[in-house]
Design a protein around this ligand. Structure first.
Ligand code: GUN
Length: 298
């Protein structure tokens, strides 16, 4: 059985980060300091703590300044909003990221929308979502941006291709669909309630899985030769590795999908590394735009 080409997001991301490091240096020369990313972690969510540690390490490794705010789970919304207002007003902060999820007493939308749009390196602010939807310059959410870079690298022009995005989150599904539309794809958004998902995916030249359900997308959903992008990162029990052990798996059943796909991203090592690469890129872009420094487009 033919096997799909494996899309190496880790290698692509390493090159992207090298490019961002060069951009960061040229911004530093122009404005007299390195681009700075402030990361806010509320509480002790274990996965969030790992993500944030990773983001901080990579930011510094790319020659940018990392500013860290760790707040207790019990923090109230007013205190968090005050911190955001201070960072908005601080000229030495270029990017602000508040790690999600937030504790129940905090209104996530209110927090996201309190971030100055030009510092919103997650691209989640309603202004950035609106700018993207209307084809204007914005900061683009990191994970879909990373998926788009991999797709462009794999396929060249995406114009006219049929793209199906499975998942409708504000973080991935919706912005992914907007980006693909901007590339002149014919875009379908499917989700967990779609009636006949294999039928909805049958004509997809590009299939992006972002439903958050382990291995839900199988070979039955994949058109022969399609490019499959797996956004999922799910931790599932792996008794074959020993009692209490886990493994990481995507939203795609890799073995069956790879038999039909032309190319596919693995988990781990596919989309995951691209998210951080794009966050660093967004931080450089935010700094460059704020101070009118010219860096290239990607
Ligand atoms: N939690 C899971 N993914 C993300 C992300 O991309 N950004 C933020 N801020 N929080 C997240």
């Amino acid at each position: 059985m033919a096997q799909a080409e494996v899309i190496d997001g880790k290698a692509f991301s390493e090159n992207l980060v090298k490019m961002v490091a060069v951009e960061a240096k040229s911004i530093e020369v122009a404005i007299g300091r390195a681009p700075a990313l402030a990361v806010v972690l509320v509480g002790e969510h274990p996965a969030s703590a790992v993500y944030v540690r990773n983001k901080i390490e990579r930011t510094t490794a790319a020659g940018m300044r990392s500013i860290e705010h760790r707040l207790p789970t019990t923090i109230d919304q007013a205190t968090l909003l005050t911190l955001i207002a201070e960072m908005n007003a601080d000229d030495a902060v270029d990017g602000i990221l508040v790690q999600l999820p937030l504790p129940d007493q905090i209104d996530e939308d209110a927090v996201i929308n309190a971030i100055a749009p030009e510092k919103d390196v997650d691209g989640f602010h309603v202004v950035n979502a609106g700018l993207l939807a209307t084809g204007q310059q914005s900061l683009v959410p990191c994970t879909p941006y990373g998926c788009l870079l991999l797709l462009r690298d794999q396929l060249g022009s995406l114009s006219g291709l049929n793209a199906v995005v499975v998942g409708r989150s504000n973080i991935v599904g919706k912005p992914m669909a907007q980006l693909l539309l901007r590339e002149s794809c014919t875009v379908t958004i499917a989700h967990s309630r779609t009636k006949d998902l294999p039928a909805a995916c049958a004509n997809a030249d590009i299939l992006v899985a972002a439903v958050g359900r382990p291995e839900m997308i199988t070979g039955d959903h994949v058109k022969q030769g399609a490019t499959v992008i797996d956004v999922g990162i799910n931790r599932v029990p792996a008794p074959e590795r020993g009692e209490g052990k886990f493994r990481l798996t995507g939203d795609v059943d890799y073995a069956s999908a790879a038999e039909k796909a032309g190319a596919i991203t693995p988990v781990p090592g596919g989309v995951g590394p691209m998210t951080i690469g794009c966050l660093l890129r967004n931080t450089a872009v935010a700094a460059a735009r704020r101070f009118n420094v010219s860096i290239g487009d990607i």
